[in-house]
Structure formats: structure tokens, C-alpha cells
Design a protein around this ligand. Sequence first.
Ligand SMILES: Cc1cc2nc3c(=O)[nH]c(=O)nc-3n(C[C@H](O)[C@H](O)[C@H](O)COP(=O)(O)OP(=O)(O)OC[C@H]3O[C@@H](n4cnc5c(N)ncnc54)[C@H](O)[C@@H]3O)c2cc1C
Length: 469
Amino acid sequence: MSNNSFSPIHVVGGGLAGSEAAWQIAQSGVPVILHEMRGVRGTDAHRTDSLAELVCSNSFRSDDATANAVGVIHAEMRLANSLIIACADRNQVPAGGALAVDRDGFSAAVTQEIDAHPLITVVREEVTGLPPKEWDLAILATGPLTSPSLAQAIQAETGEDHLAFFDAIAPIVHRDSIDMNICWHQSRYDKVGPGGNGKDYINCPMDQAQYNAFLDALIAGDTVGFKEWEGTPYFDGCLPIEVMAERGRETLRHGPMKPMGLTNAHNPTVKAYAVVQLRQDNALGTLFNMVGFQTKLKYGAQAEIFRMIPGLQNAEFARLGGLHRNTYIQSPMLLDRTLTLKSRPGLRFAGQITGCEGYVESAAIGLLAGRFAAAERKGVDPVPPPSTTAFGALLSHITGGHLMSEDEPGKRSFQPMNVNFGLFPELEPGSIVRPEGVKRFRGKDKTIMKRQLMAARALKDCSRWLALG
Ligand SMILES: Cc1cc2nc3c(=O)[nH]c(=O)nc-3n(C[C@H](O)[C@H](O)[C@H](O)COP(=O)(O)OP(=O)(O)OC[C@H]3O[C@@H](n4cnc5c(N)ncnc54)[C@H](O)[C@@H]3O)c2cc1C
């Protein structure tokens, strides 16, 4: 280790997030001790001892920084000298518009850079409890497969309801792709409730024939099995929608699709046979989740079957549903804007355990946590990126942009999410205008222009933020 005058920051977990966090801290001149358990203890998904191992796909998804939110976050990471993106760029394999990598070459490159850095010390050990007092600044980046003893310690600190071990995710839909000529806003029995206005849900009506056809499609739909080590985690009120459908033809009509307490604003005299409800998912009001629609259906089947729902025929999904092993905390309640656990100053979380999803997003949150911790070590107040950037949009989702559910206070209402334009604040009114000389300017053209403008705004604001230091 170096003779640097700063005390080290401890990073636990040498995955995508922890490696990036360690790199950012060390590049700012602060020493790091990176604790990684692989080498002495494995996980159920990792196969090697390399840092930043990719456990499944070898793709970092779209690299289009002009109109794709994932491409924008790649570009922001390049601007911030990300190790993960630099190693991905160096180990790229052909994949059309996507950034895909030679997985072994990529992890070897990250491991080599970290091992060679004079300010980083890698310790191969399992950290079994919360960081001891002597580690005054630490980052936990132990990912979706955090070892059980550490998970238990996190749970003891945060409270039982604030650490989830499975994603039970219902699909999330972009609000502007829902057909409001068919759907209407109304809360069941017009209940105002705390913080509501009686019109909080978007309702999609079905007649009997539509319900029966939908039920048949759900029952026939292809599903994904559980991995051996995942078990079958069906628990309290979190049954997959297709499992409920199999239990009887009336089960859904008396469960998540019950039509009671709702009057179709477009057709008040005709009672719907069943209703699918969507609830606002983010503070911006751009995303809505399908209430009670957690599912193990394959992605292709989900998109096809859920577009059978009246009003969702053109639905664009910000994410599809799923149910799989994942350890993550209720970040919106537990973390502040700089990813610090409110109950333990000096302790930050990073990566998928914060409730972001995916390699790129985990590395991006690792990058931010590393920068925030390094700033704190230097006695500077960390400044979060503006929410108009992809960094900031994702950070806002994790640390407060998500709305907590009234029905399930705190519990499981916050679900992991990939970066997408639904997390970005809207553009200034009047930003989307038909370009001169263009005759036909349809909805699809407007959506493309909106994404392009959001992407350009993000990169400009990210450069400004990085220039602050
Ligand atoms: C089966 C599976 C398949 C996936 N497939 C994909 C995919 O195809 N694409 C995608 O984008 N995302 C995928 N993901 C999600 C993916 O895991 C994350 O996006 C990403 O790896 C998260 O990065 P991370 O750094 O938060 O966690 P990880 O990359 O998992 O890193 C966490 C590290 O912490 C270490 N660790 C855990 N506990 C301790 C401890 N107590 N002490 C010390 N070290 C510890 C682990 O060994 C690991 O190296 C998948 C996840 C799983 C479980």
C-alpha cells in the first residue's frame, strides 16, 4: 500500500459495482481496500475468481448514445473515466448496435487494472458482518447474491421488511403508450386515501369474452423455470398471475382483476366483467405498474399476452415481469441522495443491492458511490448528478423517485429497474416541434425526437456536473 495521507476506504464485493467504485476512489488519489470473497467462497452463479465476472449474458446492451437510455449511460461513464466501460471497449466483440464483450477478456482486464493500481489492495475474504467502526468509510457492493451472513447483518440493521431476497416484479408500462380512449383514471370506490386524489389508478376494462380469451392465453403461455438453487419462492400475495389463472377461471376476477368499485368513464352504464389496474410507479408519473401482475411468463409471451388487454394494445414496457433470486434493500427509504445508509453515516451501498438492475446500471451506481465516498474522504460535500442525466435519473429512482405503495407500506413495492427514459424528467414544454420541411410528423417521430433531446440534454448536463470536480 502507498504512503498516501488519506485513510483507506473499504469496498466490499469485487463485482461490476465494487470494481468500478474502487477504481474511481483510487483514481481520485484515495487508497482502497477491496474485499472479495471469491477465491475463498463462491456464489451460486459465478464460475471464476475474476473481478467483475459477467454471470450470464456478455452484453452491455445498446451503445446508442443518441436515442437509447442505456447508450446514454455508457457515454456518461466514458466521460467519467469508467474502468468497466474502458475494459468493455477494449474487449468488444461484434454485436450490431450493442456493446458486447469477450467475457473472459473483459474480466481479466478489470482484474489486471485493479491488481496493478498502486492505491488498491485486494483482500480475498468473506465479510460476514457490517463494517467494523474502524472502517469509517465503506461501500457494500455485494450484489444480488450477497453471502447469507452479511445479508443477515444488513437485515438486522435495516429491519426485516427492508431487505428482499426475490424480485417479484409486475410489468411496468410507459404512461404515454396507454390508450386513454379506452382506459380511465379512478381509484377503487373513489378512495382518496393518504396522498391520493381518488383517481390514482389507470383502469383497463374487459368484457366476458375478452377475459376468457386472456385467461386461456395466460394458461397456455410459456414460462421460465426456477433455477435449482432458487427454490420456489411463492409467498404471501405474490403468486404469479398465470399460477392464479390456473387455480380457477374466477380466481383473477376475485383477485387482482376484480371489477368492483370502478365505473368506466367512457361507458358508465356497462359494468366491466374484469379490470386490470395500473398504479403510478415513479414520482414523475411517466411509468405505471400492472397491479398484481408478477409473472414467470417468458418475455415474448408477456408482451404478446399483455397487449391483449384493452387499452394496452400498443403498450411499451419499461420492464417486463419476473420472479427470481435477488438481494436488494428498500433504498428509497434507507439511503440518502449520496447512497449513504441514513442509520449509519459513512456506510454506502452500491450496485444491484441498491435496487438498480443490470451490469451497466450496477457499475454506474458503483461509479457514483466511489466518487461520493472519495469526496467525503477529502472533506468535500458530495454533489449528486442532476436528474436530467442518466446517472441522476437512475440515482433518483433508487433514492426517492419511486413511489411507495399504500397497500403494502414499505414492503416489496420498490422493485429493481434498468435505466430508461421513463426515469428522466420531462422536457420543457414546446421542445418537440416538427422539423422544417418535414410533412408527416407522427407520434412515433415525436417519441424519437423526445429521446434524442433527452439524450443530448443528459450528456450536456453530465459534462457540466463532472466539471464541478
Ligand atoms: C443468475 C443471474 C443472471 C444474471 N444475468 C444478467 C444478465 O444477463 N445481464 C445483466 O445485465 N445482469 C444480469 N444479472 C444481474 C447481475 O448480477 C448484475 O447486473 C451485476 O452483476 C450486479 O453487479 P454487482 O456488482 O452489484 O454484483 P456482482 O457482480 O454480483 O458482484 C458482487 C460481488 O460481491 C461478492 N460478495 C458477495 N458477498 C460477499 C461478502 N460477504 N464478502 C465479500 N464479497 C462478497 C461476490 O462474490 C461478487 O463478486 C444476473 C444476475 C443473476 C443472479
